[in-house]
Design a protein around this ligand. Structure first.
Ligand code: AMP
Ligand code: ZN
Length: 121
């Protein structure tokens, strides 16, 4: 499958293994890996392989892709050790733009889980 990438982008480099990561999951459309600076006992990122800078650029064409990303998140959270709902659960975060606290401009969803307190949030 071919998809748009940005050779300068850190997360595109992680997808192409130019930069190493601790991989959680990979299929044709998505890549998931542990956050290098975790805020919670379980903290990984799910990214589309396609370079989309942020949620601010999504269009109706991305609906199916983002729908699949939302369905993937709970499955991977459980696989990574998140407790079952409602006592366990997880938190999904999509920082967007500077005011949204986004540092890496390749769309990514943080998946946070595990017993509290958490370092952040
Ligand atoms: P955000 O602030 O939403 O853009 O989050 C970017 C996240 O990427 C932060 O939580 C960083 O710790 C994480 N991060 C940055 N570089 C790497 C890397 N090389 N491998 C894994 N996670 C990273
Ligand atoms: Zn990218």
């Amino acid at each position: 499958m071919t998809y748009p990438t940005d050779p300068q982008c850190l997360f595109c480099k992680i997808v192409s293994s130019v930069i190493p990561s601790k991989k959680v999951f990979e299929d044709e459309e998505f890549f998931a890996f542990h956050d290098i600076n975790p805020w919670a006992p379980i903290h990984f990122l799910i990214i589309p392989k396609m370079h989309i800078p942020s949620m601010a650029q999504v269009t109706v064409e991305h609906e199916p892709l983002l729908g699949r990303m939302m369905v993937l998140a709970p499955k991977l959270a459980l696989e990574q050790g998140a407790g079952h709902y409602p006592d366990g659960g997880f938190r999904l975060v999509l920082n967007t733009g500077n005011h949204g606290g986004q540092e890496i401009h390749h769309l990514h969803m943080h998946v946070l889980a595990g017993p509290r307190p958490w370092f952040k949030g």
